[in-house]
Design a protein around this ligand. Structure first.
Ligand SMILES: NC(=O)CC[C@H](N)C(=O)O
Length: 298
């Protein structure tokens, strides 16, 4: 499978606006698939660690909904796709009230992250990491300090979005404290197998990947997967729904998580990105997989 898409990597580019991410090898492509059995199917660079980046937005959304419920969360963030790049500030100004349009773009994710419960950033991060450990069944998961620091030092666009939202009453508190948490959340490190299990858990409406208990309430799992369909691949979500049709979320590290209803989780890594910030080989891989195994939900 990987062989068929490897060639696409040369048409993409590794993200370098977060300096530490530019160290990734653009030729890497890895995939893991988990269907609830003990072992994952995996191929390529599936063992390499990479940071969640925007994939974390799905997980903080689920946690914030579990912390506060829908009314509070959706008073701060909307439910509509933007059609704009993930880091755009444009709609914050042109939409009244100026709350971000959805939780899968940076502005929305920053607003959601500001809601995570905890008396300090350490406590909030510990809760989030524990949540990711449960969803992946991997108790060793932690965050990459170098990537977090690299993003914190260069995140002026995200600071701008945050200050804009603070001025408009969407968020409150110290912006650098929020950025400290957000950049660490984005720097949580996984491999394809961890990601496949997270996808499986979402596909199974929040069930633990290996034990029979629920980590995310059914209704919240349904809700976050709907956002994955409508907004998960940024401003390529419409085309992705047509070509692939799997609830999925990507990140600029080159990761993609997919959750196929009926119990298949997919974790992909391919750091060469297209111009919208999605893994170029990863998207192709999902397209081939979906066509071959009829995985589209539509
Ligand atoms: N699209 C992404 O993966 C963006 C996440 C990244 N940490 C940022 O805020 O820019």
């Amino acid at each position: 499978m990987i062989k068929k898409v490897k060639g696409y990597t040369k048409n993409g580019k590794v993200a370098d606006y977060i300096p530490a991410l530019s160290k990734a090898d653009p030729n890497d492509v890895g995939i893991a698939i988990f269907d609830g059995n003990k072992t994952c199917f995996s191929e390529g660079e599936h063992h390499k660690l990479f940071t969640l980046q925007s994939i974390s937005k799905v997980l903080t959304l689920a946690l914030a909904l579990m912390d506060h419920g829908e009314d509070v969360v959706f008073s701060k963030v909307g439910m509509e796709p933007t059609g704009d790049p993930f880091n755009s500030i444009a709609k914050l100004e042109s939409h009244i009230p100026s709350k971000p349009l959805n939780p899968m773009i940076n502005a929305g994710a920053l607003a959601v992250s500001s809601l995570i419960k905890g008396s300090s950033n350490e406590e909030k991060l510990e809760r989030l990491i524990q949540f990711v450990r449960e969803l992946s069944g991997n108790s060793l998961i932690t965050y990459n300090q170098e990537v977090a620091k690299s993003e914190f030092e260069t995140a002026d666009l995200n600071r701008s979005l945050s200050y804009f939202m603070k001025q408009h009453g969407v968020i409150s508190g110290d912006i650098d404290v929020l950025l400290d948490f957000y950049t660490k959340q984005c720097a949580i490190e996984v491999n394809c197998e961890d990601l496949a299990k997270i996808g499986y858990s979402l596909a199974q409406q929040g069930e633990h990947p290996q034990k029979s208990y629920s980590i995310i309430p059914f209704e919240i799992a349904r809700l976050v997967k709907t956002f994955m369909v409508t907004c998960g691949m940024y401003n390529a979500s419409g085309e992705f729904a047509i070509r692939v049709g799997i609830p999925a979320k990507s990140g600029v590290s080159g990761g993609i998580v997919g959750a196929v209803p009926g119990g298949i989780g997919i974790g992909i890594y391919g750091p060469a990105l297209d111009e919208k910030g999605n893994s170029i080989a990863g998207m192709k891989l999902l397209e081939l997989l979906s066509a071959k195994h009829h995985l589209s939900i539509f």
